[in-house]
Design a protein around this ligand. Structure first.
Ligand code: SF4
Ligand code: FES
Length: 255
């Protein structure tokens, strides 16, 4: 385990700074030659508004640029920076160090995803499952070629699914799901929530085909309602509720 201080060579500490320091523990693992995960510790100053992603990028900038981490928007929009922060799946760009209330911040790759290196994981399983549920509005060919330009819906109809349209495909729900950990073919809460998003859209005509896709041995019935997916979602999507609603269609309680 490496221990490195947070004031880089050539930097002058700001005497007016009110910052405190934390120990940032970063998981290191390269599957091509490492037998097990190790950790590197860095002492990093932070302000009230410093995010975990900013702290990781400080380490990359001043101490070890080889640390692998995925990010892009830095504003909880692209879904790239999911990781385990102090034991819980979170977005690194949306998690302030000051809110963690801990002197040590440990960052690890998301669970239930193959590791590329360090904090970066592969998303193929998530996107394959997402693609499987046909994440687009389905209409009859005759309707698409008609002169009708818009398929209008009421505010009440919009309300049925709009919460589920907020998914940014960050994968935190799949990382938290215990069934994902035990069934490598389980479709997962992210894809199920998106199946509901389209099934509940009054403009869509693909309900029967989507319900058929999720009604199989590694589909919706594998979920046993741990509820952890909804607890970690940073966008309030609530996959567990979507799964309940989908079961309502399959059991004939909804139409
Ligand atoms: S449902 Fe929430 S946690 Fe899951 S991928 Fe979408 S935004 Fe992320
Ligand atoms: S960097 Fe885009 S969600 Fe965090």
């Amino acid at each position: 385990m490496a221990q490195v201080s947070g004031i880089a060579e050539g930097q002058t500490p700001n005497p007016k700074s009110t910052s405190k320091s934390i120990t940032l523990r970063i998981a290191r693992f390269n599957p091509t030659h490492d037998g097990e995960r190790s950790f590197m510790d860095f002492t990093i100053p932070y302000e009230r508004w410093t995010t975990v992603l900013e702290a990781i990028l400080e380490v990359k900038k001043h101490f070890d640029h080889s640390i692998a981490v995925r990010y892009s928007c830095r504003q909880a929009t692209c879904g790239s920076c999911g990781m385990i922060i102090n034991g819980k799946p979170r977005l690194a760009c949306f998690t302030k160090i000051s809110e963690l209330d801990s002197d040590t911040v440990t960052v690890e790759p998301m669970n239930n995803f193959p590791i590329i290196r360090d904090l970066a994981v592969r998303f193929e399983r998530l996107f394959d499952s997402h693609h499987k549920i046909k994440p687009f509005l389905m209409r009859d060919d005759s309707e698409i070629t008609s002169n009708e330009k818009e398929f209008l819906q009421s505010p009440e109809e919009l309300e049925q699914y709009i919460q589920f349209a907020n998914c940014i495909k960050c994968g935190l729900c799949n990382s938290a799901c215990p069934t994902m950990a035990t069934d490598s073919s389980f479709i997962g809460p992210q894809a199920l929530a998106q199946a509901y998003r389209y099934v509940a859209d009054s403009r869509d005509k693909g309900k029967d085909s989507r319900l058929k896709i999720i009604d199989e041995s590694h589909g919706i019935w594998r979920c046993h309602f741990a509820g952890s997916c909804s607890q970690v979602c940073p966008k309030g999507v609530d996959p567990a509720m979507g799964i309940q609603f989908l079961r309502g269609y399959l059991l004939g309680f909804r139409s």
